[in-house]
Every structure is written in C-alpha cells, then in structure tokens.
Design a protein. Sequence first.
Lengths: 312, 350
Amino acid sequence: MAAYVIRRLWQMIPTLAGVILLIFFLFNWVGGDPAQVLAGKISNPEQIANIRKQLGVDQPYWYQLWVFVQQVFTFDFGRSWSTNEEVSKILLTRVGPTLTIMVPVLVIETMLAVAFAIMVAYVRGSLTDRTIMVICTTAMSISFLVYIIFAQWLFGFKLGWFPVQGWSESFSRNLLTYAPLPVMLAIFVGLAPQLRLYRSFFLEEINQDYVRTARAKGLPEKQVMMKHVLRNALIPILTNIGIYLPGLFVGSFLLEVFFSIPGLGREIVTAVNRSDFPVIKAVTVYLAMLTMFINLLVDVMYKLVDPRVSFK
Amino acid sequence: MSAVLPKHIPVVREASPGLWALAWRRLRADRVGMVSLAVVVAFLAMMLASYAGLIAKDWNKERGVSYANPAFLAGAENLEAKEVTNKDFGTQAKPVDLSDIDPLAPRYKEWEERAAKIAVTEVKRAETLPFGGDKWGRDVLEKAIKGSEVSIFVGLTAALFATIIGTVLGALAGYWGGRVNDFLEWFYNIFTSIPYILLILAFAAVFKKGLDTIIVILALTGWTGIYRLVRAEYIKHCGREYVKAAQAIGASHFSRMFVHILPNASHVILVQLSQHVVQFIKAEVILSFLGLGVPVDMVSWGTMLAEAQNELVIGKWWQLVAAGASMAFLVTAFSMLTDSLRDALDPKLK
C-alpha cells in the first residue's frame, strides 16, 4: 500500500505542473496587463510602468513563472491587489465560515439521501417511487437562484424565522443562528439529484444474485437491505462523495453571496469582480492540490470499504 | 426449377431501418419524449422568432408604469408607481426670486421660448401589463421571451463547441493511443483537478465580459466529460473488424476516425450534447446573475433573477416567476427529452 501511495503521489507531479502552467497561462498571458486594470481610468504611462515594476510583470515570462512556482511552494502569494491584505491570511480566515456551512450540509445531506434512496429503491416501481422521482426531476429543473431568493424572502423576511443574512464572530452563534437557513437550502436543493443517483446505485445492487441468495436462505429483509445491499452500494456512494468533497471548500458560493457569509466562495466571486488575480490564483492552485489528495484518499478508502479492491 | 418460377419476380427490397430510423421510431412511441420534444421545439421556435424580431422586439420599451401590475391583478395597489407620478416638484414651494443676483436670469426667457418649440409627447403609460412590469415599466413577459433567446443561444452554442472539442480530442486520444493519449490524459487531469465552478470563475476573471466570452468559457471548461466518453468509444471501436476493413481498402486515418467510427459513436455524443445544453443554460443563468455573463444592455433569465431578488421584498413577484418558470419549463422538458433520447438510441440500456 505504501508503494501504491508513493506512486500515486509521484504521478501527481505532472498534473500539478500542468495546473500551475494553466493558471500561469490564464492570468499572466490571457489576463492582459494587470497594471492597466489597477491604475484605473486616470493614469499616465509613468504610473503604469511603476505598477508593472511592483508586480514584476515587466520581467520576462520565464522569470514570472519561476516567481509563481516559488509562491505556490512557499504559500506566499503576496498581497491582494484590491484590499492589500495578505492572500494567505485571506484564505485562512475564509475557510472557517465555508466549512461551518458545508460540513453540516455534507453530513446531513448524505445521511438523508442514503436513507431515502434505500427506501425508494426498496419500493421501486411503486407509486411512491414514481411520485418521488417525478418530484425530484421537477425540483432539479428549478434554478438554485429561485430557491434561494424565495426562501430568503419567505423565512428570513416574511416569517422572520431566521436572520435574512449575516455572520458573527462566535462559532456557536453562526452555527445556530446564521447557518441553519443556508444549510437547509443547500440540503433541500442537493437532495434531489443525490437521491436519484443513490437510488440507481441501490437498484443495481438489489438486482444482484447475492441478494436473492440472502433472501433464499431466509435472512430477514432488514438484514438483507442494511447489511448486504447497503454495504455494497456504499462503494459508488463513496466515490460520489469523493467527487463532491473538493467543492466543499468553494462552498456553495451562491449561498455565501446571498447570505453575506464571509467564506471562500464569496471571496472568489468578489475577487473575480475586482480582477484580484493573486487571490484567484492561490485558491485555484491550492484547491487543485487538495482535489488530487482527496482523490487519492478516496482510492485508499476503497480498500478499507471493499476488500476486493487491490492496489495495482 | 427455374422453369416453375416466373421470370421476373418484382424484388421488394425493404431497406432495413438504420440506427437513426429505429431510434426515431422508438422515440415516436415514447409519449413523454414526444411531449418534451414538442416543448423544446416550441422554445426553439420562440427563440428564433425573437431573434428575427417577430416577437418581443420592443422588450426594452418602457410601456407601463413602474412595477405595473399583471393584468389579472389590475386592482392591486401599486405604491411604487404612485410615488413616481405624484412627485410634483414645481408647485409646492414658491421659488425665491433670485433674478437680481442670478447670472443666468437674462437668458431664462430665451430658453423657455426654445423649450416651447420642442414638442413633448406625453406617453400614456399603461397601468397594467399582461404579466406585470419591472422597475422601468418594461413588460416582464417580453423580457422573459427575449431572455430565453440569450439563455438558449448560449446553452446551445456553448454545448455545441464543448462537444466538438471533446469529440475531436477524445477521438484523437482513443484512436491514436500511446503518446497522444498520454498527453491528452494529462490535459484532462489538469482540467478535472480544478473544481468545475472554480475553473469557470478563473476563466471569467481573465476574459472580458460579453456574450461570446461566456460561450467560450463554458466550452473551454465543459469538454472534459464528453472527451472521456468519446475516448472510451474510440478505444472500443478501434479494434473492430469494420475499422480493419476500412484500413484494408486504404481509408486514411482521418477517414477512419471521422467517417467510419464517428457515426458509430454519434449516439453517445448526441446524448452528451443534449445534457450539456441543460447544464450550460443553468450555468449561464448563474453567471449572468453574478454579473459575469451578459452585458447590461441585454437581458437573460439570470439578469432577470438578479432584479427579482430586490423586487420580492416589495411584493413584486412576477419577474421571479416569469424567469424561474420559463427556465424550469425548458429545463424539465430538455432533461426528459435527453432521457428519452438515451433510451431510444440505446435500447439495451433499459
């Protein structure tokens, strides 16, 4: 297993190099001259030259690339172009709120989706099953934006059950006062597609021979579903969660924008609007790295869940 | 024996139906699929009509009062509109006579005369509009139609480009294998290791805003899934006998890739295309909402939702419903059509 992990880590190097190249290409080449953006409308050539020198964009491209690589590995992306805050500090302070929202979402949503999916799959083909599937399809086609706008208006403004938006310094207050509405919204919206997907995973397992065998030897239905089917269906479910995990850190940027949650997602949207390249570059590189590690982690976890999987 | 049989048997050669004919037949039998197809075609027709200027040409005209009520809610009070119309600035306070110190005083008369020459036609603004008006009194229904034009156009074109990129790269990787495959897999790994939303936003940060940009962004970031599937199809088909036969009769690489194999992978590509249209319509709405999409002089479902956010608080719900419902309607129909298409093209899958 150690050999497997080492080989996988080794294979990450070209991909990471590619990510760095792609981001460099986007922001240092396609992105145009940042000095023009920063100097604003009223500027003279002298100012622009000055800013260019400060940012180092007057250097040749190979040197800029070298600086970028150094930045990636020293975790030092300098300062934000718009707020002059240190990029590393921005990122660290924004991760907390995002996770405060997204971790409860992931946990509750997964549990609900698995529970509902196994129930729906058990009564497959019935009216309940078909009704739930139609509701899911319809619910999925309404834009997330519509849900947020409506729920924020109804529960925040009209009924006043939750604050319309906001965030505080205290973790418990955030979790109990500000987080519930966005968390519930995210679960509500994410549940339908996950339910549909997990149902298909369960159906695949239910039709297998071993389930028939288990029933034939007289095991109670509960044991068949909970032990045989659930365990086997957990493998594709785990993959799906693995795909979902990196997105956890970007959070649902829409929720963060709507509810003024100072998380990573909102930070990225603001940075894009302000052309704040260092922040976007840093977030993109680190999340790409994180994604690669999570993928590795999921592959290793396969082994723990499914003894049949062997590391090649 | 030949003497027994009549000499000229009329040969009834019934051509065996091809893949597409069979798929069409199966789709025809699928009632849900046909209804969704009809809805999608209706939306496309609406989009073309709006593009050609037949309908919703005047969506930008301010024809109603501010936040005009929908026709079916004609009696409802409209405070916002009153606020604007009741503002009578001139009459309430008597202006103080400043003529002895006002340097412009001698010219007032001249200006008044000139102003009188210009005929001002007071446009009568409608109290109600068919489905209500927005802040500037524009017809929400017409806006939704015009918005569908932009949203569907972006979804279709971006999906088409993404499919072309994904298909060509997937064909190259699957057909050639080896180094080409390694290089393209590397490329694929780079794009998929960045979370999709982040990739879109990173691209949006460096490009200038505009309708063409948003199509480019979605196409450049959305090809990966199609690439993977097409590549798998090509790997599967490469060793098949018909491809070997094509090689034997001297078909070029290009011809084998795109004339022989491509039609056999086309059902996968078509379903992917259809799925991506839905995905990109949703993405466009979100990007436009964030102000990263269409420019301000255009309207899309996303910009309508952005306006609707503030309108809901003052009880003007119609813009939200118009944009949200038309989008939900199209997306539901398109998703169901995609499912039916997949079933029709791949009968084994069921």
